[in-house]
Design a protein around this ligand. Sequence first.
Ligand code: SF4
Length: 343
Amino acid sequence: MLLKDLTSDELATALADLAPPQRLVRQLHSSAVRRNATELPAEVPTVSWRLLDQIRERVAIPRLKLVNKVVSPQDGFAKYLFEGDGPGRFEAVRIPLLHRPGDEKYVVCVSSQIGCAMGCTFCATGRMGFQRNLATWEIVDQVTQVQADSPHPVRGVVFMGMGEPMLNYDRVIRAARIFSEPCGMQISGKAITISTVGIVPGIRRFTEEGHPYRLIVSLTSARSEERAKVLPVEKTYPLPELMAAVREHHAATNKRVTLAWTVLGGINTSREEAKALAELTRDLPILLDLIDVNDPTGEYRRPSGEEANAFRDALREELAAPVQRRYSGGQDIHGACGMLAAT
Ligand code: SF4
């Protein structure tokens, strides 16, 4: 079995017949996940050689191969290219939050799949098509390795890299558990964000299971016909069904729902969109995240300053909800939202 693939409780259960002390299980888990150990310890005080040997026979510490790392000279975002235990490469992005002296930290944007089947038309990962799901350890080790390479702690994880997290649900949730375990990465559940383009069964399961992690739903258009042109998932889970699931999530958590909006110049910045969004989210507390599109192919463009201002004005007038513009860094290293293509 592989460390980084199991929570510490699952590891304890898997080793139960050897009856290892609980402290030892936590120590092994922590050394692999948090301290990036590459081997099990040769000896541990008060633990017999025989027990350590038996554990060593069963347990291995897997490790991603770091193929490349690029740091943006513009904003300090860093993109890591990895190979795991299977075909294909994938990326993680380290987002620096260094503005508070004494509280410098990072958030890591992780991949959950190689490629993506969702085919959002403005996304480089979507254009790759789907290749495979990542294993839990392949998700966990992105953060372990980024942490080992960083001078400040990783305090947050966002599942917004390659892939649709809700389509690799079990492994994503297990990875999130490992990130937040006291003997794992010790990242607060509230600082772990799972983003979806609108997989309704995944949102419903996530709600039913009552996880502490944040949910972000990509809307990008509040008009079904327009949304379907850029997010093909609209044909499978149309807006009324998606919003019903989002409302259920709010009812269960009582938390403001974050909706993401990739701003596509000339496509989803009209007053009609603002009105449709207001209608769709009536009586639902939301936060709207605007993210400018990043499309190196040039098929989609960012809105002009005038267009962006007019859309913000329309949102302010039509929508009784906070709107924020999310900085999407690492554009110069192709590490920004929508640009990850394992290159
Ligand atoms: Fe997949 Fe997300 Fe890209 Fe859509 S935006 S194709 S869900 S990775």
